[in-house]
Ligand binder design. Structure first.
Ligand code: 5GP
Length: 201
């Protein structure tokens, strides 16, 4: 049990940000992290391969199936999910620690994960990022040049399903349409600050 620090507050908030690939959720997540002073990004574990744009320990902890399964067996994850045949999981300890410190803890996770987290932490605040339209989403997936055509088609289909399941899940407090990225980031920041103010009052 660690001791309370002078910077600790009682203002802890668990923020979930979800959205389909290409909706801009990573940019929004990083924008909120930058603009909200006491926020911490939850670094997930994943068994998928690292891309050249990513940094170990910053974007993800990249790990083997064996190591992931061992952690899962030890109950070290708050939630886990299978996405595109790979495993992803949110480590439990940092979430508990940062919330105890009164921080804004940001989880960038998919709908399955959001449902699992909300079941355990009902007062988590959940935002879903929507693309302005399906056409724009498809174009953004192509523009990232991260995957080949078959992968893009797969992600596009999955994105449409993910949007449907997000709408049906009942776990999202708000849906943000990412038309202009700066406005979408500001909207997310305003929502978080308003939610904290509401809880304080
Ligand atoms: P990507 O491979 O594009 O980084 O992520 C694929 C999907 O997995 C995204 O929707 C991302 O938000 C989600 N994701 C990343 N980390 C986690 C996690 O720890 N748990 C869950 N449930 N989903 C995650």
């Amino acid at each position: 049990m660690s001791h309370r620090l002078p910077t600790d507050t009682d203002d802890g908030l668990l923020l979930i940000i979800s959205g389909p690939s290409g909706a801009g959720k990573t940019t929004i997540t990083r924008g909120v992290e930058r603009k909200v002073g006491d926020s911490v990004f939850s670094v997930s574990y994943t068994t998928r391969a690292k891309t050249s744009a990513e940094t170990e320990g910053v974007d993800y902890h990249f790990t083997s199936d064996e190591q992931f399964n061992a952690m899962k067996g030890r109950g070290e994850f708050l939630e886990t999910a299978g996405v595109y045949g790979k495993q992803y999981g949110t480590p439990k300890a940092p979430v508990a620690e940062q919330l105890r410190r009164g921080r804004l803890m940001i989880l960038e996770i998919d709908v399955q994960g959001a449902i699992a987290v909300k079941a355990q932490v009902p007062d988590a605040f959940a935002i879903f990022v929507l693309p302005p339209s399906e056409d724009v989403l498809l174009q953004r997936l192509r523009d990232r040049k991260r995957e080949d055509d078959a992968q893009i088609e797969k992600r596009f289909k999955a994105a449409k399903l993910e949007i449907e399941s997000a709408k049906n899940s009942g776990v999202y407090d708000v849906f943000i349409v990412n038309d202009k990225i700066d406005l979408a980031i500001q909207r997310a920041v305003d929502l978080v600050l308003a939610e904290r103010a509401r809880r304080r009052s």
